[in-house]
Structure formats: structure tokens, C-alpha cells
Design a protein around this ligand. Structure first.
Ligand code: AMP
Length: 185
């Protein structure tokens, strides 16, 4: 099963991605996590991504597409995967389409997790206090939500047209939302 989790920052993609990964025994591939790890380890990828992440803007497509290509090539991704935070632009989605063709795999579902704007703001403010994620600072949050609207939200139509989109109400408890997703799958 190959899934894409789509949704704004704070929608719960990471939380649901972890649960789905456990339930179905397939890796969750989070580009944000990969970048944060690279940043922590001080690799050249981390250094290249740092200033973009801190500002809350997108890391250039070619950088991201490169790391996803390498990750999908690893053995554990052959039995399926959950993409969290990728693709985030139409260009990335087009690159994924080509990658999928090359590796003869098909995206089964694109799950769009929907949460009202006001609730996203509240959740991200809560996360700033709990997890202390640098890019959850108020200004960066506003920018990330704007970037989502401008660059990522168009993917909803993109995948709807391909018949892959499944919309999930992202308001409720983690269990409730997980239940909604598994019913669809
Ligand atoms: P996330 O944890 O998915 O919210 O990602 C945190 C940050 O990493 C984003 O604000 C971007 O700067 C960067 N990032 C993660 N995934 C992508 C992507 N697919 N394309 C571009 N930038 C990304």
C-alpha cells in the first residue's frame, strides 16, 4: 500500500502517519523529519535546508526530490510506504509520478486531512510550547500556512482529478481520525 498524507502544518499528518506505519508495517517517509535529522547531524543536506526551514518556506524542489528518490529506493519501501509532507508542490508531484513509473509502483490513495484554519493556529501554538520546534514560532507558522495555501493546496485538485483523493475530517481525537482513515483504506 502506497499512501500520501496531504494537509496543512498541524493537521496531524505525522501522528496519523506513525499510527498507519505501525498498523500496516510499512515505513512512514517524512521529508520534514529527514531534514530535521540532517540538521541535527550537521550534514550538507541539513546545512542546505536550514535557512529555508527556519523561515518556514519550502526547501527547493530538486533537493527534496533527490532525497525522496534515494529513500524510495531502499528495500523497506518496496512493500509500501506512507509519504508525509511530500509532495508539497505540483512539481514534486510530477517528479513522484515519474519516480513511480520508473520503479513500477502506484499511489493507492491520497488522504487529505482537513482542519479549519483557527484550529491549526491553536494546535501549532500548543506544539510550540510542548515540542519547542523552531519553525512553530508565530511568524514562521503564519508563513508556513501561507506557503501551504499557495504551493501545496493546489495538489488537492491535482489528485482529485486523478481520482486518488480521499478527504478526511481532521477534527476529533487521534483515535477518531485514525478510525476514519482505516475505514477508507
Ligand atoms: P514538516 O515537518 O513537514 O512541516 O516540514 C518542516 C519544514 O521542512 C518545512 O517547513 C519545509 O521548510 C521543509 N520541508 C519538508 N518537506 C518538504 C517538501 N516536500 N518540500 C519542501 N520543503 C519541505
Amino acid at each position: 500500500m502506497n499512501l500520501i498524507l496531504l494537509g496543512p502544518p498541524g493537521a496531524g499528518k505525522g501522528t496519523q502517519g506513525h499510527r498507519l506505519s505501525e498498523q500496516y508495517g510499512i515505513p512512514e517517509i517524512s521529508t520534514g523529519e529527514m531534514l530535521r535529522m540532517a540538521l541535527q547531524q550537521g550534514t550538507s543536506l541539513g546545512l542546505a535546508a536550514k535557512s529555508y526551514m527556519e523561515r518556514g518556506v519550502l526547501v527547493p524542489d530538486e533537493v527534496i526530490i533527490g532525497i525522496v528518490r534515494e529513500r524510495l529506493d531502499q528495500d523497506d519501501a518496496k512493500k509500501g510506504f506512507i509519504l508525509d509532507g511530500f509532495p508539497r508542490t505540483v512539481e514534486q508531484a510530477e517528479a513522484l509520478k515519474i519516480l513511480a513509473q520508473e520503479q513500477q509502483l502506484a499511489i493507492g490513495h491520497v488522504l487529505s486531512i482537513e482542519v479549519p484554519y483557527e484550529e491549526l493556529l491553536q494546535r501549532l501554538a500548543g506544539r510550540r510550547h510542548l515540542e519547542g520546534r523552531g519553525d512553530d514560532a508565530e511568524e514562521a507558522v503564519r508563513i508556513r500556512l501561507e506557503v501551504y495555501q499557495r504551493s501545496t493546496a493546489p495538489l488537492i485538485e491535482y489528485y482529485r482529478e486523478q481520482g486518488l483523493l480521499r478527504c478526511i475530517d481532521g477534527v476529533g481525537t487521534v483515535d477518531e481520525i485514525f478510525q476514519r482513515i482505516t475505514v477508507i483504506l
